[in-house]
Design a protein around this ligand. Structure first.
Ligand SMILES: Nc1ncnc2c1ncn2[C@@H]1O[C@H](COP(=O)(O)OP(=O)(O)OP(=O)(O)O)[C@@H](O)[C@H]1O
Ligand SMILES: [Mg+2]
Length: 226
């Protein structure tokens, strides 16, 4: 699903955020991305979404080179991925249903498909009855459920989440994690950057730890982190 070959990223200010990263993520995997602040987690995620280009190396997502891809092919790449943000990034003047529908409108889905799919993903994230609520009328956990529903709307192969529980309390974080595991069980590959150690320890999924832009450890699912 994802391959990195000797990927380095040096930002314009000279900061080396990624230093010779090679890794492979299989379809259906759930991967936690850990490491201290500044280790390069968000930068690695931006390589996947092509928000940033690597300075060196090759990156493949769903067998397509993200590096060689032309600008006009980027929307097609992003259609294969759903992105969940720490601060939800919902449109405040749109309802729950409208926020999700919008993600489908921008990729040109038919209004019939949109109606069906919006209902479906609202059910998946447990927000039935909240369709017409505005984000300001929802709790943080509920807002993140909308964020996840929106990310799922276009049936992505890859779900990317950068600290999705960063603004949530412990109980709500667990609920959001259950939702992400559920999505993963249905076949979507998940990459999630987080600082939540307890969460990661309990999950027994693959954990890739970055330190100063390098891979410090890569612990397979089911093994306890050293
Ligand atoms: N757009 C940018 N321009 C210049 N330097 C950047 C940019 N984005 C990130 N950096 C630097 O690259 C390094 C890695 O940053 P990154 O955001 O990937 O870390 P992170 O692991 O996500 O940290 P955190 O846990 O705090 O979110 C840091 O030193 C950061 O200051
Ligand atoms: Mg980050």
């Amino acid at each position: 699903m994802v391959q990195f070959y000797n990927v380095s990223k040096v930002y314009a200010n000279g900061v080396k955020a990624l230093d010779d990263i090679s890794l492979k993520i299989d379809q259906g995997e759930f991967l936690f991305l850990m490491g201290p602040s500044g280790a390069g987690k968000s930068t690695l995620i931006k390589m996947l979404t092509r928000e940033e280009l690597p300075t060196r190396g090759q990156i493949f997502v769903a067998a397509r080179s993200v590096v060689r891809m032309k600008k006009n092919e980027v929307p097609k790449l992003r259609r294969n991925m759903g992105i969940v943000f720490q601060d939800f990034k919902l449109l405040e003047n749109k309802t729950v249903a409208e926020n999700i529908a919008f993600a489908m409108e921008v990729v040109g889905a038919s209004s019939r498909d949109i109606r069906t799919r919006v209902d479906e993903v609202i059910g998946m994230v447990g927000l039935k009855g909240k369709e017409t609520s505005l984000p300001s009328q929802l709790s943080g956990g509920e807002q993140q459920r909308v964020g996840i529903a929106r990310a799922l709307a276009n049936r992505p192969l890859l779900l990317i989440a950068d600290e999705p529980t960063g603004n949530l309390d412990v109980d709500t974080s667990h609920e959001i994690m259950e939702l992400l595991y559920d999505i993963n069980r249905r076949g979507t590959t998940v990459v999630m950057a987080t600082h939540a150690r307890d969460l990661v320890r309990a999950a027994r999924r693959r954990v890739l730890t970055l330190e100063r832009g390098q891979i410090a450890s890569d612990t397979p699912a089911g093994e306890v982190e050293a």
